[in-house]
Design a protein around this ligand. Structure first.
Ligand code: ATP
Ligand code: MN
Ligand code: MN
Length: 353
Protein backbone atom coordinates (compact mmCIF):
# COMPACT_ATOMS: atom_id res chain seq x y z
CA UNK A 1 0.00 0.00 0.00
CA UNK A 2 1.36 3.39 -0.95
CA UNK A 3 2.06 5.66 2.02
CA UNK A 4 1.15 9.12 0.80
CA UNK A 5 2.14 10.81 4.08
CA UNK A 6 4.79 9.31 6.33
CA UNK A 7 7.47 10.12 8.87
CA UNK A 8 10.86 10.35 7.16
CA UNK A 9 14.40 11.51 7.86
CA UNK A 10 16.26 14.22 5.94
CA UNK A 11 19.10 12.32 4.22
CA UNK A 12 20.93 15.32 2.78
CA UNK A 13 20.68 19.09 2.37
CA UNK A 14 22.20 20.69 -0.72
CA UNK A 15 22.29 24.17 -2.23
CA UNK A 16 20.55 25.12 -5.48
CA UNK A 17 22.76 27.15 -7.82
CA UNK A 18 21.71 30.84 -8.07
CA UNK A 19 19.10 30.54 -5.33
CA UNK A 20 19.67 32.11 -1.94
CA UNK A 21 16.30 31.68 -0.24
CA UNK A 22 15.79 28.01 -1.05
CA UNK A 23 17.71 24.74 -1.00
CA UNK A 24 16.94 21.08 -1.71
CA UNK A 25 16.64 18.20 0.71
CA UNK A 26 16.71 14.47 0.06
CA UNK A 27 13.86 12.42 1.55
CA UNK A 28 13.70 8.73 0.59
CA UNK A 29 14.75 8.90 -3.09
CA UNK A 30 13.05 12.25 -3.69
CA UNK A 31 14.42 15.80 -3.92
CA UNK A 32 12.24 18.46 -2.31
CA UNK A 33 12.85 22.21 -2.52
CA UNK A 34 12.49 23.92 0.88
CA UNK A 35 13.19 27.25 2.55
CA UNK A 36 16.89 27.59 3.33
CA UNK A 37 18.10 26.75 6.81
CA UNK A 38 14.96 25.02 8.04
CA UNK A 39 16.23 21.46 7.76
CA UNK A 40 19.36 19.60 8.87
CA UNK A 41 20.43 16.07 7.86
CA UNK A 42 18.94 13.63 10.36
CA UNK A 43 15.87 15.76 11.12
CA UNK A 44 12.56 13.95 11.14
CA UNK A 45 9.62 15.40 9.29
CA UNK A 46 6.29 14.56 7.70
CA UNK A 47 6.73 13.89 3.99
CA UNK A 48 3.77 13.87 1.55
CA UNK A 49 4.39 12.29 -1.86
CA UNK A 50 3.29 13.76 -5.17
CA UNK A 51 -0.40 13.05 -5.87
CA UNK A 52 -1.30 13.60 -2.22
CA UNK A 53 -4.57 15.50 -1.88
CA UNK A 54 -4.37 17.44 1.40
CA UNK A 55 -7.65 18.30 3.11
CA UNK A 56 -9.00 21.85 3.41
CA UNK A 57 -7.65 22.45 6.91
CA UNK A 58 -6.11 25.69 8.24
CA UNK A 59 -2.58 24.27 8.31
CA UNK A 60 -2.73 23.64 4.56
CA UNK A 61 -4.48 26.89 3.52
CA UNK A 62 -1.21 28.43 2.35
CA UNK A 63 -1.44 26.01 -0.60
CA UNK A 64 -4.75 27.40 -1.87
CA UNK A 65 -3.37 29.77 -4.51
CA UNK A 66 -1.04 27.19 -6.03
CA UNK A 67 -2.74 23.85 -5.49
CA UNK A 68 -6.50 23.99 -4.85
CA UNK A 69 -8.62 21.42 -6.69
CA UNK A 70 -12.42 21.58 -6.45
CA UNK A 71 -14.44 18.46 -5.64
CA UNK A 72 -15.07 16.00 -8.45
CA UNK A 73 -18.58 14.70 -9.01
CA UNK A 74 -20.12 11.98 -11.14
CA UNK A 75 -23.07 12.26 -13.55
CA UNK A 76 -25.55 12.12 -10.64
CA UNK A 77 -23.75 14.93 -8.78
CA UNK A 78 -22.36 12.63 -6.09
CA UNK A 79 -18.87 13.62 -4.89
CA UNK A 80 -16.30 11.13 -6.14
CA UNK A 81 -13.27 13.04 -4.81
CA UNK A 82 -13.46 15.86 -2.24
CA UNK A 83 -11.89 19.28 -2.72
CA UNK A 84 -8.35 19.76 -1.43
CA UNK A 85 -4.81 20.75 -2.20
CA UNK A 86 -3.02 18.62 -4.74
CA UNK A 87 0.74 18.09 -4.45
CA UNK A 88 2.44 17.75 -7.80
CA UNK A 89 5.88 17.93 -9.38
CA UNK A 90 7.17 21.49 -9.76
CA UNK A 91 10.38 23.11 -10.89
CA UNK A 92 11.86 25.94 -8.82
CA UNK A 93 14.97 27.75 -10.03
CA UNK A 94 15.63 24.84 -12.36
CA UNK A 95 15.40 22.24 -9.60
CA UNK A 96 12.69 19.58 -9.81
CA UNK A 97 10.82 19.33 -6.50
CA UNK A 98 8.60 16.35 -5.73
CA UNK A 99 6.44 16.27 -2.63
CA UNK A 100 6.05 18.52 0.39
CA UNK A 101 7.46 18.47 3.91
CA UNK A 102 5.95 19.59 7.22
CA UNK A 103 7.30 19.70 10.75
CA UNK A 104 6.20 16.91 13.10
CA UNK A 105 4.21 19.57 14.95
CA UNK A 106 1.40 19.36 12.38
CA UNK A 107 0.62 15.88 13.73
CA UNK A 108 -2.11 15.47 16.33
CA UNK A 109 -0.95 14.55 19.86
CA UNK A 110 -0.05 10.88 20.27
CA UNK A 111 0.72 10.37 16.58
CA UNK A 112 3.54 7.93 15.75
CA UNK A 113 6.91 9.55 15.02
CA UNK A 114 9.12 6.58 14.15
CA UNK A 115 10.69 6.58 10.69
CA UNK A 116 8.42 5.12 8.05
CA UNK A 117 5.23 5.47 10.13
CA UNK A 118 2.21 6.01 7.90
CA UNK A 119 0.31 9.19 8.87
CA UNK A 120 -1.81 9.39 5.71
CA UNK A 121 -5.14 8.78 7.46
CA UNK A 122 -4.20 10.82 10.52
CA UNK A 123 -3.69 13.89 8.36
CA UNK A 124 -6.73 13.22 6.19
CA UNK A 125 -4.57 12.83 3.08
CA UNK A 126 -6.02 10.89 0.16
CA UNK A 127 -4.75 10.09 -3.32
CA UNK A 128 -5.54 12.60 -6.03
CA UNK A 129 -7.02 11.00 -9.14
CA UNK A 130 -7.58 12.75 -12.45
CA UNK A 131 -11.26 13.04 -13.46
CA UNK A 132 -12.60 9.94 -15.21
CA UNK A 133 -12.04 10.24 -18.97
CA UNK A 134 -15.13 10.37 -21.19
CA UNK A 135 -16.19 6.96 -22.42
CA UNK A 136 -15.13 5.35 -19.16
CA UNK A 137 -18.66 5.13 -17.91
CA UNK A 138 -20.84 2.15 -18.68
CA UNK A 139 -22.40 -0.65 -16.72
CA UNK A 140 -20.27 -2.07 -13.94
CA UNK A 141 -20.32 -5.74 -12.91
CA UNK A 142 -18.47 -5.25 -9.66
CA UNK A 143 -15.18 -4.44 -8.01
CA UNK A 144 -11.89 -5.49 -9.63
CA UNK A 145 -11.83 -9.29 -9.26
CA UNK A 146 -9.79 -10.78 -6.44
CA UNK A 147 -8.36 -13.53 -8.67
CA UNK A 148 -6.26 -10.95 -10.59
CA UNK A 149 -3.57 -8.54 -9.39
CA UNK A 150 -4.21 -4.84 -9.99
CA UNK A 151 -1.95 -3.04 -12.47
CA UNK A 152 -0.26 -0.56 -10.07
CA UNK A 153 3.48 0.01 -10.21
CA UNK A 154 5.66 1.22 -7.33
CA UNK A 155 7.71 4.40 -7.71
CA UNK A 156 11.48 3.87 -7.76
CA UNK A 157 11.98 6.73 -5.30
CA UNK A 158 10.85 4.59 -2.37
CA UNK A 159 12.91 1.58 -3.45
CA UNK A 160 16.53 2.47 -2.69
CA UNK A 161 17.05 -0.77 -0.68
CA UNK A 162 15.46 -2.78 -3.51
CA UNK A 163 17.89 -1.30 -6.06
CA UNK A 164 20.75 -2.18 -3.75
CA UNK A 165 19.57 -5.76 -3.29
CA UNK A 166 19.02 -6.35 -7.02
CA UNK A 167 22.30 -4.90 -8.23
CA UNK A 168 23.66 -6.97 -11.13
CA UNK A 169 20.28 -8.40 -12.08
CA UNK A 170 18.97 -7.99 -15.63
CA UNK A 171 15.71 -6.08 -16.04
CA UNK A 172 13.72 -5.51 -19.21
CA UNK A 173 12.58 -1.98 -19.84
CA UNK A 174 9.32 -0.88 -21.40
CA UNK A 175 7.91 2.55 -22.06
CA UNK A 176 5.20 3.56 -19.61
CA UNK A 177 2.33 4.75 -21.75
CA UNK A 178 -0.09 7.39 -20.56
CA UNK A 179 -3.51 6.00 -21.31
CA UNK A 180 -5.94 4.08 -19.20
CA UNK A 181 -5.50 0.66 -17.60
CA UNK A 182 -7.18 -2.37 -19.14
CA UNK A 183 -7.47 -6.01 -18.10
CA UNK A 184 -9.21 -8.83 -19.98
CA UNK A 185 -9.39 -12.42 -18.76
CA UNK A 186 -10.67 -15.89 -19.49
CA UNK A 187 -11.42 -17.75 -16.30
CA UNK A 188 -13.39 -20.96 -15.94
CA UNK A 189 -14.89 -20.35 -19.35
CA UNK A 190 -15.91 -16.77 -18.59
CA UNK A 191 -14.59 -13.73 -20.48
CA UNK A 192 -14.31 -10.43 -18.59
CA UNK A 193 -13.05 -6.86 -18.96
CA UNK A 194 -11.82 -4.54 -16.20
CA UNK A 195 -10.73 -0.96 -15.87
CA UNK A 196 -8.13 0.01 -13.29
CA UNK A 197 -10.54 -0.55 -10.39
CA UNK A 198 -13.77 -2.04 -11.76
CA UNK A 199 -15.08 -5.12 -13.51
CA UNK A 200 -17.07 -3.76 -16.44
CA UNK A 201 -20.04 -5.27 -18.24
CA UNK A 202 -18.43 -6.73 -21.38
CA UNK A 203 -21.71 -6.31 -23.28
CA UNK A 204 -22.10 -2.55 -22.71
CA UNK A 205 -20.44 -0.83 -25.65
CA UNK A 206 -20.85 2.65 -24.23
CA UNK A 207 -17.54 1.89 -22.50
CA UNK A 208 -14.42 2.46 -24.59
CA UNK A 209 -12.62 -0.58 -23.12
CA UNK A 210 -15.46 -2.83 -24.23
CA UNK A 211 -15.31 -1.34 -27.73
CA UNK A 212 -11.55 -1.86 -27.98
CA UNK A 213 -11.86 -5.48 -26.85
CA UNK A 214 -14.55 -6.10 -29.41
CA UNK A 215 -12.60 -4.42 -32.22
CA UNK A 216 -9.57 -6.60 -31.49
CA UNK A 217 -11.67 -9.80 -31.12
CA UNK A 218 -10.04 -10.25 -27.75
CA UNK A 219 -12.45 -12.84 -26.45
CA UNK A 220 -11.69 -15.22 -29.33
CA UNK A 221 -7.98 -14.50 -29.02
CA UNK A 222 -7.88 -15.19 -25.31
CA UNK A 223 -9.88 -18.40 -25.72
CA UNK A 224 -7.36 -19.54 -28.35
CA UNK A 225 -4.46 -18.62 -26.07
CA UNK A 226 -6.09 -20.57 -23.23
CA UNK A 227 -6.02 -23.70 -25.37
CA UNK A 228 -2.42 -23.18 -26.35
CA UNK A 229 -1.14 -22.36 -22.84
CA UNK A 230 -3.31 -24.86 -20.96
CA UNK A 231 -4.27 -22.45 -18.20
CA UNK A 232 -6.65 -19.57 -17.67
CA UNK A 233 -5.09 -16.25 -18.53
CA UNK A 234 -5.44 -12.51 -18.52
CA UNK A 235 -3.78 -9.69 -20.40
CA UNK A 236 -3.13 -6.28 -18.91
CA UNK A 237 -2.66 -3.37 -21.26
CA UNK A 238 -2.78 0.38 -21.65
CA UNK A 239 -5.59 1.72 -23.83
CA UNK A 240 -4.47 4.78 -25.80
CA UNK A 241 -5.85 6.96 -28.53
CA UNK A 242 -8.37 9.72 -29.27
CA UNK A 243 -10.30 10.87 -26.20
CA UNK A 244 -7.81 9.36 -23.75
CA UNK A 245 -5.22 11.50 -21.94
CA UNK A 246 -5.22 14.03 -24.78
CA UNK A 247 -4.11 11.39 -27.28
CA UNK A 248 -0.45 12.24 -26.75
CA UNK A 249 0.61 9.60 -29.25
CA UNK A 250 -1.54 11.23 -31.98
CA UNK A 251 -3.20 7.93 -32.92
CA UNK A 252 -6.03 7.78 -35.45
CA UNK A 253 -8.04 5.24 -33.42
CA UNK A 254 -8.22 3.82 -29.91
CA UNK A 255 -6.05 0.75 -29.42
CA UNK A 256 -4.20 -1.12 -26.71
CA UNK A 257 -0.62 -2.09 -25.88
CA UNK A 258 -0.04 -5.07 -23.62
CA UNK A 259 2.39 -5.01 -20.67
CA UNK A 260 1.46 -8.24 -18.85
CA UNK A 261 0.16 -11.69 -19.60
CA UNK A 262 -0.94 -13.54 -16.48
CA UNK A 263 -1.32 -17.18 -15.64
CA UNK A 264 -4.58 -16.85 -13.73
CA UNK A 265 -4.39 -20.39 -12.26
CA UNK A 266 -0.99 -19.62 -10.71
CA UNK A 267 -1.71 -15.92 -9.99
CA UNK A 268 1.57 -14.90 -11.62
CA UNK A 269 3.01 -13.24 -14.69
CA UNK A 270 3.99 -15.32 -17.69
CA UNK A 271 7.76 -14.89 -18.27
CA UNK A 272 8.77 -12.02 -20.51
CA UNK A 273 9.94 -14.15 -23.46
CA UNK A 274 6.83 -16.33 -23.49
CA UNK A 275 4.67 -13.24 -23.18
CA UNK A 276 6.16 -11.70 -26.34
CA UNK A 277 5.66 -14.99 -28.24
CA UNK A 278 2.06 -15.29 -27.13
CA UNK A 279 1.34 -11.69 -28.11
CA UNK A 280 2.83 -12.06 -31.55
CA UNK A 281 0.79 -15.24 -32.15
CA UNK A 282 -2.37 -13.43 -31.07
CA UNK A 283 -1.58 -10.38 -33.18
CA UNK A 284 -1.52 -8.09 -30.13
CA UNK A 285 1.07 -5.39 -29.71
CA UNK A 286 3.19 -5.04 -26.58
CA UNK A 287 4.07 -1.70 -24.99
CA UNK A 288 7.27 -0.31 -26.60
CA UNK A 289 10.22 -2.55 -25.71
CA UNK A 290 13.33 -0.57 -24.78
CA UNK A 291 15.73 -3.46 -24.24
CA UNK A 292 17.34 -4.71 -21.06
CA UNK A 293 19.65 -3.19 -18.46
CA UNK A 294 21.83 -4.70 -15.80
CA UNK A 295 20.81 -2.87 -12.66
CA UNK A 296 23.68 -0.85 -11.21
CA UNK A 297 21.96 2.48 -10.75
CA UNK A 298 21.05 4.99 -8.11
CA UNK A 299 17.55 6.44 -8.06
CA UNK A 300 18.87 9.63 -9.66
CA UNK A 301 20.58 7.68 -12.45
CA UNK A 302 17.36 5.82 -13.19
CA UNK A 303 15.41 9.08 -13.24
CA UNK A 304 17.90 10.45 -15.79
CA UNK A 305 17.52 7.19 -17.76
CA UNK A 306 13.72 7.60 -17.81
CA UNK A 307 13.99 10.87 -19.74
CA UNK A 308 13.40 10.73 -23.45
CA UNK A 309 10.72 10.95 -26.09
CA UNK A 310 8.00 8.39 -26.69
CA UNK A 311 8.66 5.53 -29.09
CA UNK A 312 5.10 6.07 -30.33
CA UNK A 313 5.47 9.80 -30.96
CA UNK A 314 8.87 11.48 -30.89
CA UNK A 315 7.14 14.86 -30.52
CA UNK A 316 6.19 14.12 -26.90
CA UNK A 317 8.17 13.28 -23.81
CA UNK A 318 7.51 9.72 -22.66
CA UNK A 319 5.74 9.31 -19.30
CA UNK A 320 8.54 7.10 -18.06
CA UNK A 321 9.76 3.53 -18.03
CA UNK A 322 8.81 0.35 -16.20
CA UNK A 323 11.50 -2.12 -15.14
CA UNK A 324 10.87 -5.80 -14.45
CA UNK A 325 12.99 -8.95 -14.15
CA UNK A 326 12.62 -11.44 -16.98
CA UNK A 327 10.73 -13.86 -14.74
CA UNK A 328 8.44 -12.76 -11.93
CA UNK A 329 10.03 -12.46 -8.52
CA UNK A 330 8.56 -11.60 -5.18
CA UNK A 331 10.02 -8.63 -3.34
CA UNK A 332 9.46 -8.14 0.37
CA UNK A 333 9.89 -4.34 0.34
CA UNK A 334 7.33 -3.97 -2.42
CA UNK A 335 5.12 -6.57 -0.75
CA UNK A 336 4.49 -8.14 -4.13
CA UNK A 337 5.99 -8.60 -7.55
CA UNK A 338 9.40 -7.02 -8.22
CA UNK A 339 8.57 -4.30 -10.76
CA UNK A 340 8.71 -0.55 -10.62
CA UNK A 341 8.16 2.64 -12.56
CA UNK A 342 10.49 5.55 -13.12
CA UNK A 343 8.56 8.63 -14.15
CA UNK A 344 10.22 11.14 -16.48
CA UNK A 345 10.22 14.47 -14.60
CA UNK A 346 10.02 16.38 -17.88
CA UNK A 347 6.74 14.62 -18.61
CA UNK A 348 5.34 15.48 -15.18
CA UNK A 349 6.30 19.13 -15.54
CA UNK A 350 4.65 19.37 -18.92
CA UNK A 351 1.46 17.31 -18.64
CA UNK A 352 0.60 16.65 -15.01
CA UNK A 353 -2.07 19.28 -14.41
P1 ATP B 1 -1.42 7.59 -11.25
O1 ATP B 1 -2.59 6.78 -10.79
O2 ATP B 1 -0.47 7.91 -10.14
O3 ATP B 1 -1.78 8.74 -12.12
P2 ATP B 1 -1.01 5.55 -13.12
O4 ATP B 1 -2.47 5.65 -13.37
O5 ATP B 1 -0.17 5.55 -14.33
O6 ATP B 1 -0.55 6.69 -12.19
P3 ATP B 1 0.57 3.79 -11.66
O7 ATP B 1 0.26 2.87 -10.54
O8 ATP B 1 1.35 5.00 -11.36
O9 ATP B 1 -0.79 4.23 -12.29
O10 ATP B 1 1.33 3.02 -12.83
C1 ATP B 1 0.87 1.78 -13.23
C2 ATP B 1 0.00 1.91 -14.46
O11 ATP B 1 0.79 2.24 -15.58
C3 ATP B 1 -0.65 0.63 -14.81
O12 ATP B 1 -1.90 0.57 -14.19
C4 ATP B 1 -0.78 0.68 -16.30
O13 ATP B 1 -2.10 1.07 -16.60
C5 ATP B 1 0.15 1.78 -16.74
N1 ATP B 1 1.19 1.39 -17.69
C6 ATP B 1 1.44 2.05 -18.85
N2 ATP B 1 2.49 1.54 -19.48
C7 ATP B 1 2.95 0.51 -18.73
C8 ATP B 1 4.04 -0.40 -18.86
N3 ATP B 1 4.89 -0.35 -19.88
N4 ATP B 1 4.20 -1.34 -17.90
C9 ATP B 1 3.36 -1.39 -16.85
N5 ATP B 1 2.32 -0.54 -16.65
C10 ATP B 1 2.11 0.41 -17.58
MN1 MN C 1 -0.14 5.68 -9.34
MN1 MN D 1 -1.39 6.02 -16.03
Amino acid sequence: MRKLASIQTVNAVEPIPNADAIEKIRVLGWWVVVKKGEHQPGDKLVYCEIDSLLPERPEFEFLRASSFKPAQTDATGAVTLPAGFRIKTVRLRGQVSQGICFPLSILPPGAPTEEGADVTDLLGVIKWEPPLPVGMGGKVKGQFPGFLPKTDETRVQILEPVLERNRGKTFYVTEKLDGTSFTAFIREGEFGICSRNLWMDEADESNVLVRVAKGLKLEEKLRAARERLGHDLAIQAEVIGPGIQKNKYALPAVTLRVFSVLNVDAYRLVDHGVKLEVLSELGLEPVPQLGTIVLDHTVDQLVAFSEGVSALNPKVQREGVVLRPLAEEYDEDIGGRLSFKVINPKFLLKYDE
